[in-house]
Design a protein around this ligand. Structure first.
Ligand code: DAH
Length: 340
């Protein structure tokens, strides 16, 4: 009777094992047959009805079936685990022949590249790099630079006013005044930054662009120092063969004033499309700081003298990298920016 029951359990379990598709199902089968309340345990419980002399034999029988089923369970388990691993490996297969994915990294803007070069030149000459505010008082942008109300130079620059006395700076020259007001002499500084003018956008204009201001104040500074410094600057930036020319000019805050041209580094001065056939390219304004400007910032012009200069950063970048439309500089198209 028990023997038949055991046979029945065994056949049933083997049938179920044959159909098991997952480790979960396998576990269910284990619990149903070998568990505390499983079929084999039930059989052991019914031993009471077996004659005592037959009990060892029946017990042995139950153990044989248990052992056999445990072995089978273990085999099926191994089989299922193997299958699961194979499926996982198949799903995670890496095709090493696929092209690699390139992570796009940023690139320095040509303005940044040019600025870093200019900063390197001047810090190498002992200059400090400072910054002035972009939102500025009229006083710093105009008045303290010897451009009083009604001065024609004030109307020449189309200024964005915020109030009557506050504006977006039209030039970095105000940074000179901030530096002089600190009262620490001598001064050797450059001040790069954004400037604003109410201009329409075209190939050579933008309402926002960048300038680099330079200022040196010390005793016994002469125009020869200005020339020596700016010639060195031009040659380092545009090449050792670069020739330099100073043309008299006028700026309200310097006297005398000049504009500096460099020989066209494209044609060497012969004349080409790049320099509009002139052989020379204008790159900056400069001059000896006007005594009145020194006085307004509490520097005694009888003791101290200085020179100043102002460079357009875009102008340098456009020339150096032969970019013929300024608008490209502000579109942030990486295909453009990555070239420099
Ligand atoms: N601020 C002038 C401009 O925006 C440039 C300039 C000229 C700056 C002469 C200077 C200078 O410091 O000495 O056109």
């Amino acid at each position: 009777m028990i023997k038949e029951k055991l046979e029945e359990i065994k056949v049933e379990a083997e049938k179920n094992l044959g159909m098991a598709e997952s480790l979960d199902q396998l576990n269910e089968i284990r619990v149903a047959v070998l568990g505390k309340k499983g079929a084999l345990t039930e059989v052991l419980k019914s031993m009471k009805s077996v004659a005592p002399e037959d009990r060892p034999k029946v017990g042995q029988l139950v153990n044989d079936v248990r052992k056999e089923l445990e072995e089978k369970l273990e085999n099926v388990k191994e089989e299922l685990e193997k299958k699961a691993l194979e499926a996982k490996l198949k799903a995670e297969v890496i095709d090493v022949t696929l092209p690699a994915k390139h992570a796009k990294v940023g690139h320095k803007h040509p303005n940044t590249v040019a600025l870093e070069e200019v900063e390197k030149i001047f810090t190498g000459l002992g200059y400090e790099v400072v910054e002035g505010p972009e939102v500025e008082f009229d006083y710093y942008n105009f008045e303290a630079l010897n451009i009083p109300d009604g001065h024609p130079a004030k109307d020449e620059q189309d200024t964005f006013y915020i109030t009557d006395s506050i504006l977006l700076r039209t030039q970095t020259s105000g940074a000179q005044v901030h530096e002089m007001e600190k009262g620490k002499l001598p001064i050797r500084m450059i001040a790069p930054g954004r400037v604003y003018r109410s201009d329409d956008v075209d190939a050579t204009h933008s309402p926002v662009f960048h300038q680099i201001e330079g200022l040196v104040i010390d005793k016994n500074v002469t125009f020869a120092d200005l020339k020596g410094t700016l010639v060195e600057f031009a040659k380092t930036l545009f090449g050792e063969d670069t020739k330099v020319k100073f043309r008299p000019h006028h700026f309200p805050f310097t006297e005398p004033s000049a504009e500096m041209d460099v020989s066209c580094f494209k044609c060497g001065g012969k004349g080409c499309r790049f320099c509009k056939n002139e052989g020379w390219i204008e790159i900056l304004g400069c001059g000896m700081v006007h005594p009145h400007v020194l006085e307004m910032s509490n520097i005694d012009p009888n003791e101290y003298v200085g020179f100043a200069f102002g460079v357009g950063l875009e102008r340098i970048a456009l020339l150096k990298y032969e970019i013929d439309d300024m608008r490209l500089m502000y579109e942030n198209d990486t295909r453009f920016i990555e070239q420099f």
